[in-house]
Ligand binder design. Structure first.
Ligand code: KE4
Length: 430
């Protein structure tokens, strides 16, 4: 029995009349899987229900924030109580200091933190601070890493070789992108060559220390350590964009897993628990430059508002509990191992990896170390798998170049059911 998505289709036809593409963020539009989005009615725990009454096990989790599960009763209670005392004041509250202390307690490299309202804002701001602190203008980013839609970050390389930034979107003036240099992820030699040829002009290197925006790509051995050494050698700042990985791969982020201390870190998603809250922070001597303690201007009406901070605080409180991450990590690994075994039994080209509550997979049996290699994956096979899973009540990211997320609300039974469904769907993907 195929699922009906009639009501979603009707709502989408109305939405496109008044919202560009019918969505408020492009990746939600299902364009990468040649379809139309389902409209969500409600979500509780690990489950979503769409407006046609179809139920799904959710592995998108609002693209990462829903780590404790949707509508967690303790989170809903905390938000409701805070809302009753006012939603946003545009004035400091003790809650913000409490959340700052909680973040700093877990993230090894952070002495100070500034809260903002989105990962984009965090990444834009952190680069402004890096440029001010170093007095340099150029930045190095990696093809396939996504750091939000700030002008200087919407830049892609040509074929992954080192190149001057060329805007990746209309509306980004060449001047805004020309100081952004892009190289292939995991190519330490290309980074070294870039620094050698720009010895005094690179303000910072920014990267996803485990990539989630090209699919799941892990740093090769020595890559992160090599970047740290190169930044020290050339006086550039090392910036880990942990908007996705922060408090998702573990309480100490990727930097804690690999024992690397970036100079600055961006956070988002989980620290807001699904509400608009992100952050950037790091070394005290650098963050002291941020207005009003220093001259680097950055501001936001709703930055650190009590409602979002309460949601983040309660979320961090829940994930800090002793068994949360060991259980989450175990369930995520069980899922990934099950997917790999199913693909193997059907002879499909497939690779998958996970860390903490984050996972990814490619229909590709060759190693994937950068975006160019990710793009050699079998996208038609991914689309067939995606829709087969949707038909059977499993909601995956609607793109072959995204990550997946498990929450503390996903049960062992749901993980087992997902694997069983995947095995059935993969059989039809041969
Ligand atoms: P936001 O501006 O979307 O809050 O954060 C931007 C951002 C920055 N850095 C990393 C590593 C990120 O993953 C993101 C946002 N991630 C995407 C999903 N790949 C958000 C989903 C969307 O764009 O709608």
């Amino acid at each position: 029995m195929t699922r009906s998505w009639q009501t979603s289709k009707l709502m989408f036809s109305e939405a496109v009349k008044v919202i560009p593409g019918g969505v408020n963020s492009p990746v939600r539009a299902f364009k990468s899987v040649d379809g139309e989005p389902i409209f969500i009615k409600r979500a509780v725990g690990s489950k979503l229900w769409d407006v046609d009454g179809n139920e799904y096990i959710d592995y998108v989790g609002s693209w990462g924030p829903a780590i404790v599960g949707h509508a967690h009763p303790d989170v809903v209670k905390a938000i409701s109580e805070t809302a009753a005392n006012g939603i946003s004041f545009g004035a400091p509250t003790e809650l913000e200091t409490t959340l700052a202390l909680a973040v700093i307690a877990h993230v090894p490299s952070m002495d100070m933190v500034r809260f903002v309202s989105s990962g984009t804002e965090a990444c834009m701001s952190v680069l402004r601070v890096a440029r001010a602190f170093t007095g340099r203008s150029r930045i190095i980013k990696f093809e396939g890493c996504y750091h939000g839609h700030g002008d200087m970050l919407l830049v892609k390389a040509g074929s992954g070789a080192a190149t001057l930034g060329v805007p990746d979107s209309p509306g980004v003036p060449p001047g805004a992108a020309s100081d952004t240099l892009t190289v292939a992820y995991n190519d330490l030699g290309a980074v070294a060559a870039m620094l050698e040829s720009n010895p005094d002009s690179i303000a910072a290197i920014i990267l996803e220390p485990i990539v989630g925006n090209s699919g799941f790509i892990r740093p090769v051995s020595g890559f992160l350590e090599g970047l740290r050494a190169l930044c020290d050698k050339f006086g550039a700042l090392l910036i880990f964009d942990e908007v996705m990985t922060g408090f998702r791969v573990g309480l100490r982020g990727v930097q804690g897993l690999y024992d690397i201390r970036p100079d600055l870190t961006c956070l988002g998603k989980v620290i807001g628990g699904g509400m608009p809250l992100a952050a950037y922070g790091g070394r005290r001597d650098i963050m002291a430059k941020v207005a009003p303690s220093g001259p680097v201007y950055q501001a936001g009406t709703l930055s650190g508002n009590p409602l979002a901070v309460t949601c983040g605080l309660k979320t961090l409180d829940i994930i800090s509990q002793k068994n949360f991450f060991p259980d989450l990590t175990r369930r995520t690994k069980t899922l990934v191992d099950g997917l790999k075994a199913a693909a193997k039994s059907h002879g499909l080209p497939f690779s998958a990896d996970c860390e903490g509550g984050m996972f990814g997979f490619f229909f590709n049996d060759k190693p994937v170390r950068n975006f160019a290699e990710a793009k050699t994956s079998n996208v038609p096979m991914f689309k067939k798998f995606f829709w087969g899973m949707m038909e059977n009540g499993v909601y995956l990211a609607p793109s072959p170049f995204e990550a997946g997320f498990v929450s503390g609300a996903h049960t062992d039974q749901e993980i087992a059911r997902t694997i069983e469904i995947a095995d059935r769907v993969m059989k039809g993907c041969r």
